[in-house]
Design a protein around this ligand. Structure first.
Ligand code: NAD
Ligand code: DAU
Length: 373
């Protein structure tokens, strides 16, 4: 275990994205002296406004440094890692559908970017070994349950073989394998987390829950892939960020920790629940052409993380209600995220699918609170 000292300096890459910004907001809100440097490229998914609450608070803002830059750029990364007690790598291209349309950026950030970060950590670890800094930086790689691939039955454990099936998942698997190899080969202090499907405030509207919530608010069709019976394990964003922080401070070097939500639900049920909460009809749902290579089910065993002392706090019903409240109250935020390149992406991803789709027939169990077609 590597102690993160009081007043530690944390380099948080991808800290303007969905989960990274939650991590930054929550850690700085503790007011315990922690310093955060965010390194973020501000891709279409990154948004400085996700850190507005921190920047509006003088005490927290004084402990945040924001650097716009690429984790695959050694000239940017080197000096930042030199200042850091720990590096948490949230930066990634994170949307499976975009990885199917254009994989290149996924490899650049997910593999080359991770390599650049690891080389910088390796250099700093050598400096620590020769007494030029007090201790080596810890490196935490934020990975995903998607590295296991589709799991027909049972629950993936950390030692199970990997079977990524999309370019996104393959890039994430490559990134974490590289990180682990630097632990084995060079003795770097590496920990890895594998989180499940995360949802909550500030979630980019390209993903299932925020896409369907924002489309439903506007009475637009909801494009449900295939038969809509794929199963995901939903994890509230503050729990995911909290688990990552717990592993950072308590995890053993070279170890991997699953971070499940422990709430497995088929997509149709998620959609019925959110329509019920929004008071919108099932007739908005369209069964559209499936995602190529669509993983049927993810499910992870969380015993190792539980043994480390972590428990999630937010159940799915409460988390989903809070998420919908947030989207209702923050329309300017999501309308801005659905601007710029959004229209071209939406057209490419959905126009043909929706044109060829039919209204989804209502299946038993699809109705929530009596909201029907
Ligand atoms: P996100 O797309 O919302 O945010 C990614 C952030 O990384 C953005 O701010 C973006 O600007 C930044 N970024 C991208 N490329 C970069 C680069 N080359 N250099 C610097 N910054 C760059 O993603 P998210 O949903 O917050 O996911 C964060 C991490 O968690 C990712 O590594 C993802 O693979 C992992 N993860 C996500 C989920 C989920 O359900 N969202 C679940 C498990 C794991
Ligand atoms: O499991 C963890 C992963 O969860 C993370 O590693 C990824 O970064 C994150 O994006 C997420 O991946 P998914 O592919 O599971 O999430 P997405 O929201 O894209 O899709 C969730 C489910 O909903 C999946 O079965 C596909 C389906 N779906 C999604 C979209 C966007 C639809 O039916 N229609 C849609 O329009």
């Amino acid at each position: 275990m590597s102690a993160i000292p009081p007043g530690a300096r944390l380099l948080v890459t991808g800290g303007a994205g969905f989960i990274g910004s939650c991590y930054v907001r929550d850690v700085l809100a503790r007011r315990d002296g922690t310093q955060v440097i965010v390194l973020d490229k501000l891709t279409y998914a990154g948004n400085r406004a996700n850190l507005a609450a921190v920047e509006a608070d003088a005490e927290q803002a004084a402990r945040l440094t924001f650097v716009r830059g690429d984790i695959a750029d050694p000239a940017v990364v080197g000096p930042l890692v030199a200042e850091a007690d720990a590096v948490l790598n949230f930066a990634a291209e994170s949307h499976v559908d975009r990885s199917i349309l254009d994989p290149a950026a996924f490899l650049r950030t997910g593999v080359e970017g991770v390599h650049v970060l690891l080389e910088a950590v390796r250099r700093e670890s050598e400096r620590a070994a020769s007494g030029q800094r007090p201790r080596p930086p810890r490196f935490l790689q934020v990975s995903t349950d998607e590295v296991y691939g589709s799991v027909a039955t049972g629950f993936s454990r950390e030692g199970d073989p990997l079977g990524p099936r999309s370019p996104y998942a393959a890039a994430k698997a490559a990134g974490e394998l590289l990180a682990w190899s630097y632990h084995v080969t060079y003795g770097l202090d590496v920990v890895i987390t594998r989180g499940s499907n995360t949802y909550g405030p500030y979630h980019h509207p390209e993903k299932l829950i925020p896409l369907f919530v924002t489309n439903a608010i506007d009475d637009r069709p909801l494009p449900l892939y295939g038969d809509g019976l794929q199963v995901r394990d939903w994890l509230y964003v503050a729990d995911h960020a909290g688990a990552i922080d717990h592993v950072l401070r308590n995890g053993a070097a070279g170890e991997i920790y699953n971070v499940p939500g422990s709430h497995l639900v088929p997509n149709r049920e998620v959609v019925a629940l959110l329509l019920g909460l929004l008071g919108k009809p099932w007739s908005l749902v369209r069964l559209v052409e499936d995602r190529p290579g669509h993983d049927r089910r993810y499910a992870m065993d969380g015993a190792k993380l539980a043994a480390l002392g972590w428990t999630n706090r937010v159940g799915f019903a409460d988390g989903l209600a809070a998420t919908i409240d947030w989207f209702r109250a923050n329309e300017a935020w999501w309308r801005a995220a659905r601007s710029g390149e959004w229209d071209a992406y939406y057209e490419r991803q959905y126009a043909g699918r929706i044109a060829n789709a039919e209204v989804a027939p209502v299946a038993p169990g699809d109705l929530a609170d009596g909201i029907g077609a």
